[in-house]
Design a protein around this ligand. Structure first.
Ligand code: SF4
Ligand code: SF4
Ligand code: FES
Length: 249
């Protein structure tokens, strides 16, 4: 049996026939990943609170279909299946709706191909790339900014700043673009200026290499406050320090 945790409050069961023991309340998805198995996901991101809105990560537990990213393992004797005909059919159904909305997202099209799904001709070219997964909104919330949110209903629902305007509270940190699974959120960096969500930011230059690397708003965040140099220079200086200390040793 694979024992994935060493503390006491454990539950045990089977995942795809393999015995497993995990900490109580581990989600099925986390347990599956501990076994180095995979389940497709879109709205889930390790660094963000769960939301469970895309329903692509469906699996069966004790014969019942659930979203694996949100379902906690609480009882002993669970039997999880991550792949069978019903599960593949259910995921294909989810993908059919998503690819009709976003037929030019490479990530979605790769998943669709895996499940034998093709977008309907009539939807091609009518593509906004947003699957309304909310990752961007959650990323912006947990960085304390909450500059963007959902507005509108049904097919018109979209991510935007307040009242469909460029978000005044945006600090240009790019967290939203980094977690977007479809490439919907675009930004540019040119001549020391970064643009995103209709906002433009003068970037701060790295004290070491002089390259523009962050916005003033980003550097005002406590987690960035001590960083006067860019990530590449930090890594380079750290490596040089380590090399020096090994040589001296
Ligand atoms: S770039 Fe702006 S909208 Fe995106 S996460 Fe950062 S603050 Fe929020
Ligand atoms: S913009 Fe990207 S991250 Fe945000 S809801 Fe749409 S697909 Fe998800
Ligand atoms: S990844 Fe689980 S519901 Fe979206």
């Amino acid at each position: 049996m694979l024992n994935c945790q060493s503390h006491l409050d454990l539950v045990e069961g089977l995942i795809d026939g393999q015995a497993v023991e995990v900490a109580r309340d581990t989600t099925i998805l986390a347990a599956v990943r501990l076994l180095n198995r995979s389940v497709p996901t879109l709205c889930h991101h390790e660094g963000l609170p769960g939301d469970g809105n895309c329903r692509l990560c469906l699996v069966e537990i004790n014969g019942r279909m659930v979203t694996s990213c949100m379902y906690p393992l609480r009882e002993n004797g669970f039997v999880v299946e991550t792949d069978n005909e019903d599960i593949r059919r259910a995921r294909a159904f989810v993908l059919e709706m998503l690819v009709d909305r976003c037929p030019s997202s490479p990530r979605l099209m790769a998943l669709a191909a895996e499940y034998g799904v093709t977008p309907e001709e009539r939807f091609k070219g009518d593509d906004d790339l947003c699957i309304r997964c909310g990752r961007c909104v959650r990323a912006c919330e947990i960085n304390g900014t909450a500059a963007i949110g959902f507005a509108g209903r049904g097919a018109e629902r979209s991510v935007t700043g307040p009242f469909f305007t460029a978000p005044d509270d945006c600090i240009g940190c790019l967290a939203c673009a980094a977690v977007c699974p479809t490439g919907k959120i675009v930004f540019s960096e040119k001549h020391g200026r970064r643009s995103i969500w209709g906002r433009e930011f003068e970037m701060v230059r790295c004290c070491e290499c002089g390259r523009p690397y962050a916005t003033p708003g980003q550097l005002s965040r406590p987690e960035f406050a001590a960083n006067e140099i860019c990530a590449q220079c930090r890594r380079r200086l750290m490596a040089a320090d380590m090399k020096r200390s090994f040589t001296e040793y």
